[in-house]
Design a protein around this ligand. Structure first.
Ligand code: GLC
Length: 532
């Protein structure tokens, strides 16, 4: 097999605050991740991506970085990180970190310096502008968390730009010193041995040089959140950003020849498919995996899914490798969006599509969004625009490990409450259950590892109906058929001739489907993998 490791891998996202606490402060930590590595190996994933662990005031829970080359004491120390990395590598697991290049914390020494005076040598490391003629903000840009994206600084009498919170000033990536400093950060972690980065809000990194107003969004409705009042035409996705992605790629590739193998870059990019594709790069390669979030929001319907998959496949550049995401720390959980029965079908879809899947911690347990009392809300997104359902606390709750107090996550008060059903929905219990979604995930991951057809094989669409999606995956002589029943009706599906009497490899339901010659009988909400 010649595919690079990250193409055949499944990446598991860990939200470190919520995975495992070992120092009894109610917040997860690096030693916690280390002591759960064997779980990840038994689950069958290949790589972990850890959301930010750097020193941070935690106004946006680590996405406000105060030092790119350290570890926040709440998570541990650099030595803990090195130990985690070593233990992960010993088990054959790759480790990706979250790189947050678009903005720093307002407590980062660079910004502290930058705001001291207009003449400061780091002034232009951030985006400072004079007020508009009326004394107001320089333009109409809106923060992704609501409100103006400009903050007035009364000391130096200028505004600074923040795409997110005012505590997260945007770096000025047009400044060569900023670029150099941030590329050094990447080298710092690559030198330590990390296998790659997930790059936070990559499409935000450059803004139109003359800062024109953004146009209104004709489709805006207030429940979308204020950021959607405008189209982010000039504040995001500027063509020059591809040059930055290419520079980052060059740095990653410069490590490829070393013993530990190639490094990988994932880009967080919420854009329509055509624009997403540019992040693969042109003449100069861009990031390896511009993240594809389409499965999260699509209509859960055969034709919609088929169109999405085939359009995405068709749009990929020649050597562009696909990827699929079902959940992350910003979006509602799949079990909440699709329900428990279809969360199992979704697991099959995620792990049998062509491309690198990322799996969000807890989704393998069918964890749902956890209801958070108003007094317990922690997420600044919810605090700034309450009640719209934009808050992210519900998907960041502690990983339930067992039926002990606080689900085995901590012996202290957890920073967010555990899922109400943690007595039964936990790793220990579901490991014992032959029909649990956890067992299904383990079987799927094992199957994917065994079958190159599933990890790197070709994808061919076979059959689509309102509630049915059937496709083929093939590699060399191996031909697999994946059939998904997206609804509650049992169905009899005709198999192509070459698939007569196929062998059932896996099903999502106990009373599994029957293959009868040239037909397969699918139960309600059943997904199957067959081998021809
Ligand atoms: C990304 C992160 C999100 C964070 C934002 C600002 O979208 O995924 O959690 O709040 O960037 O850094």
């Amino acid at each position: 097999m010649t595919a690079p490791w990250w193409q055949a891998s499944v990446i598991y996202q860990i939200y470190p605050r919520s995975f495992q606490d070992t120092n009894n402060d109610g917040i997860g930590d690096l030693r916690g991740i280390e002591c759960r590595l064997d779980y990840l190996v038994s689950l069958g994933v290949d790589a972990i991506w850890i959301s930010p662990i750097y020193p941070s005031p935690m106004v946006d829970f680590g996405y406000d970085v105060a030092d790119y080359c350290g570890v926040d004491p709440r998570f541990g120390t650099l030595a803990d990180f090195d130990a985690l990395l070593m233990q992960a590598h010993r088990r054959g697991l790759k480790v990706l970190l979250d790189f947050v290049p678009n903005h720093t914390s307002d407590r980062h020494p660079w910004f502290v310096e930058s705001r001291t005076s207009k003449e400061n040598q780091k002034r232009n490391w951030y985006i400072w502008r004079d007020p508009a003629a009326d004394g107001g903000p320089p333009n109409n840009w809106i923060s992704d968390f609501g409100g103006s994206a400009w903050e007035w600084d009364k000391v130096t009498r200028q505004y600074y730009y923040h795409a997110f919170l005012k505590e997260q000033p945007d770096l000025n990536w047009r400044h060569p010193d900023v670029q150099a400093a941030m590329y050094d950060v990447m080298r710092f972690w690559f030198d330590r041995g990390v296998d790659g980065f997930r790059i936070d809000v990559l499409w935000h990194m450059l803004k139109a040089a003359d800062f024109p107003d953004n146009p209104p969004n004709p489709a805006y409705r207030s429940e979308m959140g204020e950021m959607h009042r405008l189209l982010q035409l000039h504040s995001t996705d500027q063509p020059e950003v591809h040059g930055i992605a290419a520079e980052m790629r060059e740095i990653a590739d410069s490590y490829g020849a070393m013993g530990r193998g190639k490094r990988v870059l994932l880009g967080e990019i919420y854009l329509p498919v055509e624009r997403l594709m540019h992040y693969y790069g042109g003449e100069r390669p861009g990031v390896h995996l511009p993240l594809n979030f389409q499965l999260i929001d699509t209509q859960w319907e055969g034709r919609a899914l088929a169109t999405l998959i085939t359009d995405y496949e068709a749009a990929l550049p020649l050597d562009g490798w696909p990827n699929w995401v079902l959940g992350n720390h910003d979006r509602p959980r799949v079990a909440t969006k699709r329900g428990q029965a279809q969360a199992r079908v979704a697991a099959v879809l995620l792990l049998t599509l062509r491309g690198t899947p990322t799996l969000y911690y807890g989704d393998e347990l069918g964890l749902s969004d956890v209801a958070i009392e108003p007094s317990q809300v922690r997420d600044p997104r919810e605090l700034r625009e309450p009640g719209l359902g934009l808050g992210r606390d519900p998907v960041r709750t502690p990983m339930p490990w067992d039926a002990s107090e606080n689900a085995g996550f901590t012996t202290a008060k957890p920073w967010l409450p555990s899922n109400a059903d943690s007595l039964t929905r936990n790793v220990a219990r579901m490991t014992e259950e032959s029909q649990s979604i956890l067992t299904l995930y383990r079987r799927l991951l094992a199957l994917r590892r065994d079958c190159l057809a599933l990890s790197i094989g070709e994808f061919v669409l076979l059959n689509v109906e309102d509630e049915i999606l059937v496709y083929q995956r093939r590699y060399d002589a191996q031909r697999l058929i994946v059939a998904l029943n997206l609804g509650g009706q049992a169905r009899r599906l005709q198999l192509p001739d070459w698939a007569r009497d196929s062998r059932l490899l896996l099903s999502t339901v106990e009373d599994a489907a029957l293959v009868e010659g040239d037909a397969v009988l699918l139960r309600s909400n059943e997904a199957v993998v067959l081998e021809a």
